[in-house]
Design a protein around this ligand. Sequence first.
Ligand SMILES: [Fe+2]
Length: 256
Amino acid sequence: MNSRFERTGPIDELSSYPAWAQDMVDSCADAKREVVEHELFALMREAQLSTESTASFMTGVWPVIERFPAYMSASLMKTRYGRSEGDNMARRWLVRNIRVEQNHAEYWLDWAEGAGVSRDKVLNGWVPTDAMVLANWCEEVSTGDGLAAGIIATNYAVEGATGEWSQRVYEGAAYRESMPTPQALRWLKLHAAYDDEHPWEALEIVCALVGNNPVPQQVAHLRECVRRSYTSMRIVIDRCLAASRYGMDILREVAA
Ligand SMILES: [Fe+2]
């Protein structure tokens, strides 16, 4: 049975959400940690990431950055005003936040340029198939799955883990000092904001959509979506790091 969820506690405390959501978050923590604590970010934070891996990262993650508002508009297409409070919340939130995402692609290009990767390389560079795993997954879940699944996979999982790795990198004084202009740090600074409530807001919307007691299959599906987002992120980052570790010719070309 679907009992309605209405948050009473603080938005950024897990205890404010239904038991199923708390369990889901806990059971995905290991997969999230593999992203947030990835070696690539540890190296980046110390300004030690190789030129090849930096280029691979900027070009490999770009498709998701560029498409992110489009994933959100695919979710928006699934909402129907008046169908439920969850639909209304999702619609309002997506309309507002697609606009917020507007400049983020430009800021990413500024970051890449500051890190020595030209706009042309990011816009037209070759992206290895492995690095497309995350973009393809986000596209698939946003267009082909339900509203709750799309939002939890992208706005909760991808944005949430991104906020945490951004914080780790931004905290590195060595990295901040390695950037030539404040403009080059804008994307990172925005995504590292400690008060960023977007992933929590996304979780709240998902809970409003599915209620306090969704059937176990639905919970299992949402959990799989979250894990798949984290796993896809890790595959992309692994691949970017491998760009210098294995020094494959074709990846060298991307970085050249
Ligand atoms: Fe963004």
